[in-house]
Write a protein that binds this ligand. Structure first.
Ligand SMILES: Nc1nc2c(ncn2[C@@H]2O[C@H](COP(=O)(O)OP(=O)(O)OP(=O)(O)O)[C@@H](O)[C@H]2O)c(=O)[nH]1
Ligand SMILES: [Zn+2]
Length: 321
């Protein structure tokens, strides 16, 4: 069927084509204060601007197209499709868009004190759920010798399972500098985010890898924010020292361990259990009360760590609720 356009529709299309064909510059959102955004241009220059209201809420890490408006401030006209979004409840429990386009999550743990591996597994699930690539940074490796041998054994076993799953584990120390060059290589041109409990060394690590110039420049622009909001509440994308990559610092999500939205992310984080489950009598076995459950048998025979199995089950239960 041939479509007939009214003059009004033709005019509308012509105007839209004119706007979209106007040369837009590429940029990345570095941080925001209310509706005011700080973006980084292709040349690495930081500029302040606003986005067209029709684009909706923008966030740190968003890739955008912009041009200079009449008052020399920039206007963001275009939002490129996001590879992922990090959404977390704010202090009032309301879901908030924290960041976008995260390639890699740096799960920071310390060799002393070592932590509950179930929390690390939950963070792996949350990372796969984004989806993004997990990289475990085993910080304070200089303290490894001081770690109790039994705890060290538990740590080695947990790390081995994750390594078998294909997750990279990098021993580092901000004190001795061990692993820092390897860390920089792993960050390459990715946009990464750091997650870890308080005291594991996130701030110390960030100081080793982020460019101080990037921090200072963002701070200077943020201080003059017209909307007078504090930067600390929002996530910020910092550039890395001598590298094209970036590090998103998202306050409030530094210790996240959340329930996955996508059940496949849980199975992807527990491939050993999925493999065992193929031997259960029922294909939809919940590994709870069913007879001939290969997963429970493996736990009984100590082929599967009981803690890891319990963690898997509780992640699955949270999903069902
Ligand atoms: N021995 C040793 N100590 C470290 C290392 N990295 C950090 N620390 C120390 O660990 C403590 C906590 O480091 P931070 O970088 O503040 O840890 P954080 O994860 O940012 O902590 P929060 O800000 O509470 O989330 C400090 O006293 C650091 O000096 C390391 O590689 N080896
Ligand atoms: Zn089963």
């Amino acid at each position: 069927m041939k479509s007939r356009l009214t003059d009004r529709q033709k005019h509308h299309i012509a105007t839209r084509q004119a706007t979209s064909s106007r040369e837009l510059e590429p940029g990345t959102v570095v941080t925001h204060h209310g509706t005011e955004l700080i973006i980084e241009t292709r040349d690495g220059v930081l500029r302040r601007g606003k986005a067209r209201r029709t684009l909706g809420a923008l966030t740190t890490g968003d890739r955008v197209g912009w041009h200079t408006g009449e008052d020399e401030r920039i206007v963001i006209e275009q939002l490129h499709p996001r590879s992922n979004t990090l959404i977390r409840p704010d202090t009032h429990g309301k879901p908030r868009l924290m960041a976008a386009n995260i390639d890699q999550v740096l799960i920071v743990v310390s060799s002393k004190p070592w932590m509950n591996p179930s929390i690390i597994e939950r963070t792996i699930v949350a990372t796969l759920d984004l989806p993004a690539t997990p990289l475990i940074l085993l910080n304070k490796i200089d303290l490894l010798d001081e770690t109790d041998p039994a705890i060290r054994q538990e740590m080695t076993e947990a790390l081995d399972i994750w390594r078998q799953q294909g997750i990279e584990i990098l021993p580092v120390s901000t004190k001795t500098g061990v692993g820092i060059p390897e860390l920089k290589a792993a960050l390459a041109d990715n946009v990464s985010m750091m997650i870890g409990l308080s005291g594991v060394g996130k701030t110390s690590l960030a100081r080793c890898i982020t460019a101080q110039a990037s921090k200072a420049a963002i701070q200077a622009l943020s201080e003059h924010s017209q909307e007078g909001q504090h930067t600390t509440r929002n996530s910020t994308l910092y550039r890395l020292d001598d590298l094209p990559g970036g590090l998103i610092d998202a306050p409030g999500v530094r210790d996240f361990a959340v329930a996955a939205q996508n059940p496949q992310a849980i199975d992807r984080a527990f491939p050993d259990i999925v493999e065992l489950a193929a031997g259960c009598r029922f294909h939809n076995c919940t590994h709870d009360q069913e007879p001939d459950c290969a997963v429970r048998s493996a736990v009984a025979e100590q082929q599967l760590d009981a803690r890891r199995f319990e963690n898997y089950q509780s992640l699955k239960r949270e999903r069902v609720r």
